[in-house]
Design a protein around this ligand. Structure first.
Ligand SMILES: [Zn+2]
Ligand SMILES: [Zn+2]
Ligand SMILES: [Zn+2]
Ligand SMILES: [Zn+2]
Ligand SMILES: [Zn+2]
Ligand SMILES: [Zn+2]
Length: 319
């Protein structure tokens, strides 16, 4: 995006990163991931240290990345483990492995990943057969545009030149509206009073687009955004120490039996994440404290060792 402040150094302008930080949804001095996820992050302290800490970087490491031309690759891209934008679970995006689990949208500037089943259900909500066929096609490598590229009300595309046809895109789930199709309850200003409601839409953050949190997500009053525990990074330590070969990990885990054996210390997780704001979307699947016992996840439980960013106090870094 033209007015993205994502790091230009070393990226030859081809790296058009997101105009806001993937973790806190704010703009400012952002560093774009060079690994292909198209996301941008705060590595500096302009928005506090929360984003840097969530990335697992020390001040020195972050400074070194920003000061040199070597670029930055996020942990998801480094280990080829990305979250499905529909269900929030991590899955292998390693197309050279025997079993990739999540696949990236074909749109050049989108970058979102999906499980074949998740994107099929979104694109074919009423056609079970079509959905199943599409799921298999995506799993076999069919390129697909994700649901973010059409309005969920009128199914038309985006036109940045026509204000009414500009897109309002949810930061937490695959939900897109035209400005003209935006539901009334998605407010541009916080409404005070007994029937008050929090602001969910911003006009001036994304170029030619509206940033929204759709009605599926609660707004955390303190943050004035949806809860920020939506990003899950693979547990780097586990990936490198226990399974030296990241590829092995992806081929090893997908069966549920192994997962049960592997589940880390569930008790610990519950305690640590007890402070997190109850997330309604995605995190209910990803945050093991809410659903320990459920074995419907594609992603290895071992990847959820750490509490989600945002669940251990960093929310209070800002107000
Ligand atoms: Zn940030
Ligand atoms: Zn990345
Ligand atoms: Zn999914
Ligand atoms: Zn997309
Ligand atoms: Zn529309
Ligand atoms: Zn949403």
């Amino acid at each position: 995006m033209m007015n993205s402040k994502a790091k230009p150094a070393g990226s030859d302008g081809e790296n058009k990163g997101d105009a806001v930080c993937a973790i806190c949804d704010n703009g400012g001095n952002l560093t774009c991931c060079d690994g292909g996820c198209k996301r941008s992050f705060h590595l500096d302290e302009s928005e506090g240290s929360a984003c840097r800490l969530a990335l697992g970087l020390t001040k020195d490491e972050a400074k070194r990345i920003m000061d040199t031309e070597e670029g930055f690759v996020c942990k998801n891209c480094e280990y080829k483990q990305h979250q499905c934008f529909a269900c929030g679970l991590l899955g292998s995006s390693d197309l050279s492995s025997s079993k990739p689990e999540v696949f990236q949208c074909e749109h050049g500037d989108c970058g979102r990943f999906y499980h074949p089943k998740c994107v099929a259900n979104l694109l074919y909500p009423d056609g079970e057969e079509e959905a199943t066929l599409f799921e298999h096609q995506v799993a076999a490598g069919l390129e697909f545009p994700c649901p973010m590229h059409e309005c969920c009300v009128c199914r038309e595309g985006e036109n940045k030149e026509d204000e009414e046809m500009q897109f309002a895109v949810c930061r937490r789930c695959p939900t897109t509206y035209h400005r003209k199709c935006l539901p009334e309850e998605i407010l541009f200003r916080t409404k005070k009073g007994p029937n008050g409601a929090m602001c969910r839409a911003w006009d001036d953050v994304l170029p030619d687009r509206i940033l929204i949190y759709c009605m599926k997500h609660d707004i955390v009053r303190k943050l004035k955004t949806a809860s920020r525990d939506h990003i899950v990074f693979p547990d780097a330590e586990k990936l490198t120490t226990k399974v030296p070969d990241a590829e092995k990990l992806t081929t090893k885990v997908p069966d549920a039996e192994k997962l049960t054996v592997k589940v880390p210390d569930a008790e610990k997780l519950t305690k640590v994440s007890g402070t997190s704001v109850s997330p309604r979307f995605a995190a209910s699947n990803t945050n093991q404290c809410f659903c320990s016992g459920h074995m419907d996840s594609f992603a290895p439980k071992s990847l959820f060792m750490h509490p989600q960013p945002g669940s251990c106090g960093w929310i209070s870094d800002e107000d």
